[in-house]
Write a protein that binds this ligand. Structure first.
Ligand code: AP5
Length: 207
């Protein structure tokens, strides 16, 4: 099964993707994670990506489509279902994706805009294992519960950049809801609920 997780920044795509990939044995393909790995390793793609990510803008389509295409052509993706987290992010990317992947379902995680900034600026991530937390549930703890590494705030998780990312989502990514509605592939999930409740809704949809 090939699934897209659609939603605004902070909607909970990454959180749900980790749980779903564990439950359904799906590969989690996150363009944000691929870019961050490239930034960490100072690759050419990483240098280009950072200049856009830090401003809350989308990385150009040619770069983004190519990294996703390359990833999906790898052997594991040919033999196993996957979850696309953060891709596509505009109509052009969706049109390109249709040329090299057959998507079965698009899960649209809807969250009220006023909740997003708090979720993102309060997020703390583990730079080693990728686990993600929110300050409200950490109770002052600064180490990753899984691997005991010091948690960090992502460079693009400040209020100014988040506001820009939400603006970009509204303008460029939200039109994908209609695009996939027309293909009869979309299912909407209420992401305003807690993490478990959101997950349970998705499990019901997947059956
Ligand atoms: P990316 O890393 O994909 O960021 P994003 O889409 O902005 O999404 P986030 O990771 O911020 O949020 P999320 O929905 O995964 O939320 P999470 O589960 O972590 O992309 C970063 C950048 O890379 C982009 O801005 C762009 O520049 C570039 N990029 C990436 N893909 C691209 C593409 N296709 N084209 C061009 N450029 C691209 O949850 C957030 C917080 O909320 C956490 O603290 C979590 O614990 C908490 N939380 C989650 N769910 C709930 C819940 N139900 N209730 C309460 N709290 C919750």
């Amino acid at each position: 099964m090939q699934i897209i997780l659609l939603g605004a920044p902070g909607a909970g795509k990454g959180t749900q993707a980790k749980r779903l990939s564990a439950k359904y044995n799906l590969l989690h393909v996150s363009t944000g994670d691929i870019f961050r790995e490239n930034i960490k390793n100072s690759t050419d793609i990483g240098i280009i990506a950072k200049s856009f990510i830090d401003k809350g803008q989308l990385v150009p389509n040619d770069v983004t489509v190519e990294i996703v295409k390359e990833r999906l052509e790898q052997e594991d993706c040919k033999n196993q279902g996957y979850l696309l987290d953060g891709f596509p992010r505009n109509i052009e990317q969706a049109i390109e994706l249709d040329k090299f992947s057959k998507i079965d379902l698009v899960l649209n995680i809807g969250v009220d805009i006023n909740k997003l900034i708090n979720r993102i600026t309060g997020r703390r991530v583990c730079p080693k294992c990728g686990a993600s937390y929110h300050v409200t549930t950490l109770n002052g703890e600064t180490l990753c519960k899984a691997c005991k590494t010091e948690l960090i705030l992502r460079d693009d998780d400040n209020e100014e950049t988040v506001t820009k990312r939400i603006e970009v989502y509204n303008k460029q990514t939200a039109p994908l809801i209609d695009y996939y509605k027309k293909q009869g592939k979309i299912a909407t999930v209420d992401g305003n609920l807690g993490i478990d409740e959101t997950f349970n809704q998705i499990v019901k949809i997947l059956g």
